[in-house]
Design a protein around this ligand. Structure first.
Ligand code: RP5
Length: 178
């Protein structure tokens, strides 16, 4: 219901339809997941950022996952921490590609999140990235690369991103004392 209303809003107000969805289990995941959103912003990719909890809002999660494709979403970046079943449960309800980001957790530093996301039994895939910021950034870059397969302008932007990154490493210096 919620996501149906969202779809109508996008249509009526002609807002750029999001093509990538960044979803997370809690607002406490934002400090990591914002890095994915920042990359999508950098590449000017229309995206949505949403909180959906697999265990605290299971009905909302089903609604979200079941309507994602019809809302124009091409790929879902899902981050969660602890017993991180959100990416796997979303993948169970949609055939869109799901990119899982293990969020650094309080007690086990994200090892729990990583194992929960990466150890999907066969049949329902979740592409799993590194724990924390690196995972969030790389999941977004991976989503950009998928979209760039059918978008030459985006592919050029991605080439430029890599070039800028290489240039910044080439320009690195160390303190005199080293
Ligand atoms: C998970 O539980 C969330 O993804 C988050 O990483 C973790 C803790 O959530 P809060 O207690 O901070 O809301 O569902």
């Amino acid at each position: 219901m919620y996501f149906e209303l969202f779809r109508i809003f996008v249509k009526v107000f002609q807002v750029d339809r999001p093509v990538i969805s960044v979803v997370m289990g809690s607002s406490s995941d934002w400090h990591i997941m914002q890095h994915a959103a920042n990359i999508l912003k950098k590449f000017s990719i229309p995206h949505e950022t949403i909180i959906v909890s697999a265990h605290r809002t299971p009905d909302r999660m089903f609604d979200y996952a079941e309507t994602a494709r019809d809302r124009g979403i091409k790929c879902i970046i899902a981050g969660a921490g602890g017993a991180a079943h959100l990416p796997g449960m979303i993948a169970a309800k949609t055939t869109l590609p799901v990119l899982g980001v293990p969020v650094t957790s309080k007690h086990l530093q994200g090892i729990d999140s990583l194992l929960s996301i990466v150890q999907m039994p066969k049949g329902i895939p979740v592409a799993t990235f590194a724990i924390g910021e690196a995972g969030a950034v790389n999941a977004a870059l991976f989503a950009v690369a998928m979209l760039a397969g059918k978008d030459t302008v985006l592919a050029e932007k991605l080439d430029q991103f890599r070039k800028d990154q290489a240039d910044s490493v080439a320009a690195m210096t160390l303190p005199e004392s080293c």
